[in-house]
Design a protein around this ligand. Structure first.
Ligand SMILES: [Zn+2]
Length: 142
């Protein structure tokens, strides 16, 4: 069913084949919301085409960095809140709320993860020219 839909690049919006999106919690939630509220069925399968890969990697890295910053701000704020109120239950809840809120804020720039091992992705991006020795090579998070 998933595979019968046409692929469309999420960066250039052209109908090209490419690397599929990894269904994570955010993608799942959006799909669920779509299915239950708008009854809108996306005729396209979101992918990132080869030509847009480097662009995608950049925006994904930006998103990940922003999300980390937002979360740190949220956590610091929550800790300050709890400490300032000498750790009462309400401040703890409010703190969790702040962290959740900051996380949601970070999703404004949401860029989905691609469904493929990172090493292969880097090779695909380097292409035949292979002139990209410095594509942010992060180790796998576990
Ligand atoms: Zn594209």
């Amino acid at each position: 069913m998933e595979e019968s839909r046409k692929p469309r690049c999420i960066i250039c919006n052209e109908q090209k084949d490419g690397l599929g999106i990894k269904p994570d919690a955010v993608v799942g939630t959006l799909r669920w919301l779509n299915g239950h509220t708008f009854k809108y069925k996306n005729p396209y399968r979101p992918v990132v085409c080869r030509g847009c890969f480097l662009k995608y990697r950049k925006s994904r890295a930006t998103f990940e960095r922003k999300r980390a910053i937002y979360l740190v701000i949220g956590i610091v704020f929550a800790i300050v809140l709890v400490l300032a109120s000498k750790g009462n239950a309400y401040s703890l809840l409010a703190g969790l709320g702040v962290i959740a809120f900051m996380y949601l804020l970070s999703l404004i720039n949401y860029v989905p993860e691609l469904d493929m091992p990172q090493k292969t992705a880097v090779n695909a991006a380097a292409g035949p020219a292979g002139q990209n020795p410095k594509i942010g090579r992060k180790g796998s998070k576990s």
